[in-house]
Design a protein around this ligand. Sequence first.
Ligand code: 0RQ
Length: 509
Amino acid sequence: HEERVRHEGLREKIMSAEQAASFVQNGMTLGVAGFTGAGYPKFVPTAIANRAKDAHARGEAFGIGMLTGASTSHDCDGVLAEANCINFRAPFQSDPAMRNHINAGNTHYVDMHLSHFEQQVRFGFYGDMDIALIEATGITPEGKIIPSMGIGTNNQWLKTAKKVIIEVNSRQSMMLDGMHDIPADLGEPPFRQPIPIVKPDDRIGTPYLECDLDKIIGIVMTDAPDRNSKFADPDENSKTIASQIIEFLDHEVKKGRLPKNLLPLQSGVGNVANAVLMGLQDSPFDDLMGYTEVLQDGMLDLVLSGKMKSASATALSFSPDALKRFNDNIEFLSDKLVLRPQEFTNHPEVIRRLGIIAMNAMIEADIYGNVNSTHIMGTKMMNGIGGSGDFTRNSHFSFFVSPSTAKGGAISTIVPMVSHHDHTEHDVMFLVTEQGFADLRGKSPRQRAKLIIDNCAHPDYRPMLQDYYDRAAKASGLQTPHLLNEALSWHQRFVETGDMRINKMRLAV
Ligand code: 0RQ
């Protein structure tokens, strides 16, 4: 596999994962590649985890900070969390072991808008970065780095870090060469230049990542797949949610308020978001465009079928079957997909200019349209806000989707007050559950409450929400009526009894 490292000098730096890991010392901050389980390092993290375990067994401290693009996988986040060596983590994760460490208080976690992260590291808000650990598909004779299935923050980590370790993964197709678009620096405030992306498929940079070659201290050859999580087949709820969104978009096209090929689409992570894209396959729209951060199975299939003519993203995160379809058709896809740094895919300037239709999943919404994307019962971290805030606040249309209940009906995803705020009432335009669709545009909080309760809440919870609202409207200020001593009582009831429903609580008491 070593022929993938075509630069003579760099070939001499090929070493084992253990040798590369030996550069990592207690207290260091690492900039690690990875975005939604794509393009993360596969071998060196385990070797670092083993170093940590050995150090701990000797009674020595070994803890590091880890900054990524977004989530990685068990063989990166998971093994490091299990070795109890991540003191600090940002800006997005979704690995169960890492999540447990965060929620157990062992790891400080900063949950960030993904578009902000590279510039905040550049501004020095996160201190020095000791080592960048990234994945590549290959290295050119000139020492340019051919990225793999994601860019995320790699461009920045290569520039910021004092030293660089590169995993060259021969499992990634060499045909990825040319699919990436790495823009040149646009300067810093107050002299930063505009981003010249005016169409979703514009390319404004070069296909390669570059860094000072003297900083590269190790190259590790790997041959391992990305996370490649399987998606559940869309269930009835997801299909109902998808069809309502499509019906609404169709209506807007017929009224002449949207072009026939819609506006560029962003879709978030998860099964429901993926189901919406699958639903578009049988929709009346053609020549769709994608401008998203993570491109999953649903969007890939839209491009493969010709429904979507191009898609821009920062990472390709596929199920095993979709990965096969991707690799089998990579030549056809090569001029239709473009992968960029997350600072560009998620940039408010571009999102506002292109007029994106943003669709993201949520944990819960309240009757006034505030959305929680990140915290379970207000205290436990799920994954993180990811790019949902970048897109929601700046898009042309912002949708949030969720089934109306979770955990077999014991949780209502429509609550009196969200237990954590990620997206405020000012940013959320549409809420869609399997029960119905609430168009919140131009509505006051009291008008929104009526729509959300009537259209989106599950029938088991609708009378409870109406009762809460009616009593709040009698007892409190009428701009946004609330009963402050009851607003979070549904969550408290769930924590105490395992069910948000009042009659279930009485049974349990
Ligand atoms: O848990 O699997 O243990 O039953 O949360 O819920 O319904 O499968 O939904 O996979 O689409 O994830 C918001 C987490 C939704 C995701 C979130 C439980 C539910 C289940 C998952 P179980 P579903 P999804 C671009 C955009 C933030 C980042 C983002 C997310 C599990 O979409 O992380 O948008 N979003 N990025 O049972 C308690 C509730 C619940 C609940 C659901 N109200 N209370 N548990 N669950 N609702 C991508 C990037 O930024 C990288």
